[in-house]
Design a protein around this ligand. Sequence first.
Ligand code: ADP
Ligand code: MG
Length: 547
Amino acid sequence: VNGHETLEFQAEVKQLLDIVINSLYTDREIFLRELISNAADALEKIRYQSITEKDMLDPDLPYEITIEPNEKDKILTIADTGIGMTRDELVRNLGTIAHSGSKSFFHQLVDADKKDLNLIGQFGVGFYSAFMVAKKVRVLTRSYLPGSEGYEWVSDGVGSFTINQAEGLKRGTTIILVLKENAYEFAEKETVKKIVQRYSNFVPFAIMLDEEKVNAVQAIWTRSKSEIKEEEYAEFYKFISNAYDDALFKLHFTADAPIAINALLFVPGENVERFGFGKIEPGVSLYCRKVLIQQKAEGLLPEWLRFLKGVVDSEDIPINISRETMQDSTLIAKLRKIITGRFLKFLGEQARENTEKFYEFWRKFGVFLKEGAASDYTYSKDIAPLLRFESSKSEPGKYISLDDYVERTPENQKNIYYINGPSRELIEAGPYLEAFGVRDIEVIYTHEPVDDFVLTNLAEYKGKKLVSADQADLELPELAEEAVNDEKQDLEGLELRNLTAWLKQTLGDRVEEVKESKRLVDSPALLINLNGYMTSSMQRVMQAVNK
Ligand code: ADP
Ligand code: MG
């Protein structure tokens, strides 16, 4: 046959397919969500092309997805009139794991006891889920590019696939699944209809099942807030994020000036970065009047907001804006500023009015705000009031804000003190707090090295300097007479000089200097930090990085 070729799957794909084919899953039906979402992506791309460049194959085909269950032959077909694939694209897209993020998902999956394929779509390997239900997959495709040829891709998911030229195809892609014996239910119309309505109701193109349109087709974010039910929001979140959890927060807002914006944003139920899935990719897509300009747009939001899912629609964005110009477009910068500002304001409201839920957010996603506060000078001041910490005056397990600290601090105390340690217990067992405890000065406890970068970067809050409690030149107020312990006798003169000299000699290069201190109350000695620029915990990080 013309152009026939047999090709091996990339090694990772082989392993992935092995898991997909040989493990048992309860949620096999998600394969349909994945194939429909690929079809919708391909249609979004062709709709975009049709606006930006006129020259394409079959320009008059309607943009739609057709699903045909064939109960007699146990075959399920999913067809779209989208962008299609060239031969090279077929080989690359359906033979390798192309995205870098997917590889880490894949390694995670191989190692996991419970193989959670539900996440497969979030990591850019959704197509392969077809092999959960199909013993053979045929893909017929023809690219929108003028002059392109049609191709057929066939595989049983074991080791290799074949590619042939195929005559008589129109633009788009058709996926034909020859079902496994234990998956015949997916050739039944009613079963398929239910699955489509469960997972793909918000696909912005008609999904036709035996000439009947089975999905809602609506850009939910363009409707008025008062008309949208909570269930619709919940369903839409699951749809755009390929997730099965519920969103923690939802923010739907419009603005007219300085640019028109309609945004619908979600904080997911979980932070998957916590589970070692690697750095998540941005999850907010950019639209102009319901036309997708860029999916999961890089640069639309600051990097530390990469955990957000949702859509931003602005009619002021030129529809043919390219990825390159997006990065440094002043329009995008304005969008970014407005959305980020609104989101931070929203978080502030939640912290006041919905405190427990905000704490849940803080525990899961606080790390992203810290990243922003430590690295993004544009927003660090706006993030600061949202930061939460434990402190010597907070109840264990509860948090304080910098505002709480400032409010209960006497006017004449010019500093906000903090100290880093792995846990409350270890911090409180150490000698650093003594001097603060006897003076009734609150100390913020930071448990992660990033906290110290955050606080050093902020430098001050509401006119008070942020100071690490392990600093050498700490100046604390003199203690009142009665607080001083009379039974203990201070060393003086020669005795003191002898002791410090002996300590220095004994410790050698491990310490810079041994000095008398007024800070100690009960402990005999403590280590302090001579370098005023970095706290000890930051130095440990820098040493680890420089190794
Ligand atoms: P993802 O959709 O996250 O990229 P998939 O494994 O689902 O990962 O699909 C891999 C790639 O195959 C897609 O990025 C796309 O380029 C291509 N592809 C899959 N299905 C289609 C389709 N129906 N039309 C065009 N291209 C497709
Ligand atoms: Mg996909």
